[in-house]
Design a protein around this ligand. Structure first.
Ligand code: UT7
Length: 330
């Protein structure tokens, strides 16, 4: 067990369902307009999983592409971590189902439930496994089928969410200066009712009544989440840069949770950061919770905005409430 190792990004991938749900589609379902959605959120369309496409399915597709990029066989993995709030089923962990689909042998496999912060929680856990636990190859996936818990009669929330998965293969490196250089992981359970799904767990198991009361759909206090997210996003980025003595020139890219264009704009404007330092794709994919950061990271790589060896800041916040940051030298 050495603590002189670091962690590198060996590969990345994503899976985005074909089907697009545009603002115009939503106008036919709820009392809203394209103009309202674009000005309040920046979202123009989201991807929606087809029947039969699930959190596990998208996780496996994203994983295959990340493994191919890393030139790694599934049976070389030491651990599979899936961050999700829309697991394939309550039991067992989606990561175990992904492991079986990939034929990844008997490596460790478990899920993280930290909502939109799940991927950032996961990369910090992966870094600790690699740095101090002797793990050599890890697969970290954020995968969500939010359309299955979105209430398409609630105009204040259904406009936000989309489906998808992003995955990274993380590998042990002899260079201790690579990997997670700094992080913050936090939660405030007193804000649990800001975003929640009240039904379907052991407090309110599924009954005809919970179904009639639409308790299996996500409930959200949008304004409260908005204020929380603006503040956290600003504070997390400022804190990460200050603690790592980073100037903005030393940061290749900030990859935030794709929460709302206005939240991202407001935070970076207060920090005096130029928008070209921040990766945003919310206009095309909406908010995909734990999948949003890895989808954005992979797309940023595909577009040449970031690559191995670059320093990035990942920031996320969401249900729990949870919030997290990681400064990562990829
Ligand atoms: O990963 C974390 C997940 N959660 C979030 O990302 C939520 C963060 N919050 C937000 O993104 C914003 O709060 C929303 C986009 C959800 C709402 O935007 P807002 O500017 O905070 O609007 P609001 O909730 O203050 O509502 C303003 C008005 C209300 O009407 P009245 O009461 O002023 O007459 C709402 O009923 O806008 C109305 N409204 C809508 N109107 C047209 C709410 N949703 C819609 C809609 N179309 N889709």
């Amino acid at each position: 067990m050495s603590n002189s190792n670091g962690m590198v990004l060996a590969g990345s991938g994503y899976c985005l369902p074909e089907r697009r749900l545009t603002n115009q589609d939503l106008v036919t379902q709820v009392d809203t307009t394209d103009e309202w959605i674009v000005t309040r959120t920046g979202i123009r369309e989201r991807r929606i999983a087809a029947d039969g496409q699930t959190t596990m399915y998208m996780a496996v597709e994203a994983a295959k592409s990340a493994l191919a990029d890393a030139k790694l066989a599934p049976d070389q993995l030491d651990a599979i971590i899936v961050a999700t709030v829309t697991p394939e089923q309550p039991l067992p962990a989606t990561a175990c189902l992904v492991q079986a689909e990939l034929n990844a042998g008997h490596c460790a496999a478990f899920d993280i439930s930290a909502a939109c912060s799940g991927f950032v929680y996961g990369i910090v856990i992966a870094d600790r496994f690699v740095r101090h636990g002797g793990y050599k190859n890890l697969l970290l996936i954020g995968s969500e089928t939010l359309s299955r818990i979105t209430d398409y009669t609630d105009r204040s929330s259904c406009i936000l969410f989309g489906d998808g998965a992003g995955a990274v293969v993380l590998q042990q490196s002899p260079d201790a200066g690579r990997g997670v250089l700094y992080h913050q992981l936090h939660a405030d359970g007193k804000g649990a009712d800001f975003i929640n799904v009240p039904g379907g767990g052991v407090r309110h198991p599924a009954t005809a009544q919970t179904l009639a009361d639409r308790m299996h759909y996500m409930k959200m206090k949008g304004r409260d989440v908005y204020k929380f997210a603006v503040m956290r996003m600003h504070d997390l980025i400022r804190d990460a840069m200050a603690n790592c003595n980073l100037t903005i020139d030393q940061v290749k890219l900030i990859v935030p949770h794709q929460v709302n264009q206005r939240i991202i704009d407001s935070a970076i404007e207060r920090l005096g950061i130029s928008p070209d330092k921040v990766y945003v794709n919310i206009d095309r994919f909406g908010n995909t919770s734990a999948a949003s950061v890895p989808i954005a990271l992979h797309e940023a790589r595909l577009r040449g905005r970031v690559d191995r060896g670059d320093t990035v800041i990942l920031v996320a916040f969401g249900a729990g409430l949870t919030w997290a940051s990681a400064v990562v030298k990829l």
